[in-house]
Design a protein around this ligand. Structure first.
Ligand code: MLT
Ligand code: MN
Ligand code: ZN
Length: 295
């Protein structure tokens, strides 16, 4: 299967419109590449594409990728959208797909409820097009297309969307996609608060892991005075620290480990930063917009 990173940044993108942090300033001066908000596209046959999360930057992301361009009069290679959660940076793009005749959306009941009754994104979208909601049940398989299967799994988190449903299970999920022809496997986890034993089992041995790279430090946003919440309190395992992702990911032995959903405050976005070097030395990659990986 082929995966394309449409957007590699966390909410806000890089640069973020109201941020003058060192990374945002570096991007504005041309010293670091800009990044759009978190989303990937996956296809096993290069014809039918699945979107994993729908970012507010979706329109530009589609235009930048020929694989998602229409093949003829209003025909789209977009088959469906899979959602990991109901956060705005993962779901606002659904409204930008409103010109679709029908849209297939995979989401857990908890995320579906938040999108209908909380943010209202799906209830609004239903006024424009048919929404074919497919309920995602963590721990079970979804048949996405011939030759492409997918397993959703629960990602335990303290995080609740601000407008969220109160359900305990299914607020955040990860996906493991398998190309049945080649056996290639991809795990997508843009939000993970800790690497529990269950999560490790889902990840172990996969060909490509796309993992939460939101913050370098747990208190990164607190120190910058941007919020009172730590990365973990927001549902994101920091990279650094005694049980951060940097100390854990190499032991999972994924073929490639690539960080996604990277916040604009994260120093790993600067090519020459020591934090970036530390990742490189551990064999962990930092996603860029437009990165394509054959899994
Ligand atoms: C997150 O990833 O934690 C959210 O997107 C942050 C937010 O915008 O609330
Ligand atoms: Mn986010
Ligand atoms: Zn910034």
């Amino acid at each position: 299967m082929l995966l394309r990173v449409l957007g590699s940044a966390a909410g806000g993108g890089s640069p973020q419109w109201n941020c003058g942090c060192p990374v945002c300033a570096a991007v504005r001066s041309g010293a670091a590449p800009p990044r759009t908000q978190s989303s990937i596209a996956v296809s096993a046959d290069h014809r039918r594409w699945f979107l994993l999360n729908a970012s507010p930057d979706l329109r530009a992301q589609f235009e930048a990728f020929a694989g998602l361009h229409p093949r003829g009069d209003r025909t789209t290679p977009l088959e469906a959208v899979l959602l990991t959660d109901a956060e705005l940076d993962h779901t606002l793009g659904l409204l930008l797909l409103r010109e679709a005749r029908a849209l297939r959306v995979y989401a857990t009941p908890a995320t579906h409820k938040t999108l209908c009754d909380g943010s209202g994104i799906l209830s609004t979208l239903r006024h424009y097009c048919t929404v074919d909601w497919q309920a995602v049940v963590p721990g079970s398989d979804l048949a996405l297309a011939d030759g492409l299967s997918c397993r959703a799994f629960d990602v335990p988190t303290a995080k609740r969307a601000r407008f969220g449903a109160e359900a305990d299970h299914g607020r955040v999920v990860g996906y493991r996609l398998t190309d049945e022809r080649t056996g290639g496997t991809l795990v997508y986890l843009p939000a993970a608060q800790s690497l529990t034993a269950a999560l490790r089992t889902e990840i172990e041995g996969c060909g490509c892991l796309l993992f939460d790279g939101t913050c370098w430090r747990d208190d990164e946003l607190v120190r910058l005075g941007l919020t009172g919440r730590t990365a973990r309190e927001m549902g994101h395992l920091p990279i650094d620290g005694p049980d951060g992702s940097l100390s854990q990911l190499p032991s999972l032995a994924a073929g490639r480990t690539i960080l996604v959903h990277i916040n604009n405050t994260n120093p790993v976005l600067l090519e020459d930063a020591p934090e970036r070097r530390a990742l490189r030395e551990s064999g962990i990659e930092v996603a860029a917009d437009g990165l394509e990986v054959q899994v």
